[in-house]
Design a protein around this ligand. Structure first.
Ligand SMILES: [Zn+2]
Length: 275
């Protein structure tokens, strides 16, 4: 599943390829793929002729700015955006929406498991309504520091790993990065929110920023079938310190990295460094 750095990578690639292009046509192949009270013919009628004026990211949502409208795309499990030139475009049963753009470009939303979503909303109000109004601040936001995390998490008797994954508390930390952040902070993933002090929350906030920034710089992490874009693999997987390293030696102390389940999620940590 793409996480914040992968979605940011997709946004940056899309900006270089389709910013300023006009939407000449669109085909949507899956009913109910566009959320809210809009059917496919209505959507098509409204969006055709619009120009892609901006592409932004809020949490893991990709926001296509189309003058007074926005198209909000969430990739969920397996969604991907592909940009083709007309000459190399290929049809696929996994394309859920195909946009014909100016300059012979084609933009396709490809999703094998079909959990991805579109919301088509007004630019003026979309930040105040579902799904964007539910997105919490993310670690890259300067307001998210140790005090902020402590205020959100210190009363909880849930595991810190689970709290970091709770998108209503802080947005954009997924399973891979939660493991990496806790390793860098030397905190055991099974510790409870109410067992951590301010200095530990500050460590988490600082490491979350560092790790997410570095992951964005490296184009995200490619694990399983995820590719941020055709032909572009994230390079952060080579930087992983604990995630996926079960049974291998810890880079810091040489102990064996352990894999456990925390709230159903595969979790990797060093029992010696993280206590
Ligand atoms: Zn260690």
């Amino acid at each position: 599943m793409p996480e914040l750095p992968e979605v940011e990578t997709v946004v940056r690639i899309l900006r270089t390829k389709i910013l300023g292009e006009q939407i000449l046509d669109v085909k949507v192949y899956l009913n109910k793929f566009i959320k809210g009270n809009i059917d496919i013919p209505e959507f098509r009628k409204d969006i055709v002729g619009r120009t892609i004026a901006g592409i932004e990211r809020i949490g893991k949502n990709i926001i296509f700015e189309l003058q007074d409208k926005v198209l909000i795309s969430h990739l969920r499990m397996t969604g991907k955006w592909f940009v083709f030139n007309k000459a190399n475009f290929f049809e696929s049963p996994h394309h859920l929406a195909v946009f014909t753009l100016s300059h012979d470009k084609i933009l396709a939303f490809h999703d094998v498991r079909k959990f991805g979503t579109f919301h088509y909303q007004d630019q003026e109000t979309y930040k105040t309504i579902d799904p964007i109004n539910k997105v919490a601040l993310e670690p890259l936001d300067s307001k998210v520091n140790g005090e902020y995390l402590q205020a959100k998490m210190q009363k909880s008797a849930r595991h810190i790993k689970t709290l970091l994954l709770d998108q209503t508390l802080v947005a954009g930390i997924g399973n891979i990065y939660a493991d990496e952040i806790l390793f860098a902070s030397k905190i055991n993933p099974l510790k409870l929110g109410n067992q951590l002090d301010l200095s530990e929350y500050t460590q988490i906030a600082q490491n979350a920023t560092l790790i997410l920034k570095k992951a964005i710089e490296y184009g995200g992490t490619t694990i399983n079938s995820y590719q941020s874009e055709q032909g572009v693999d994230g390079r952060f997987q080579r930087e992983l310190q604990v995630h996926t390293r079960a049974g291998q030696n810890c880079y810091l102390c040489g102990s064996k990295i352990v894999k456990i389940k925390v709230n159903g999620r595969g979790t990797y940590y060093c029992p010696k460094c993280q206590f």
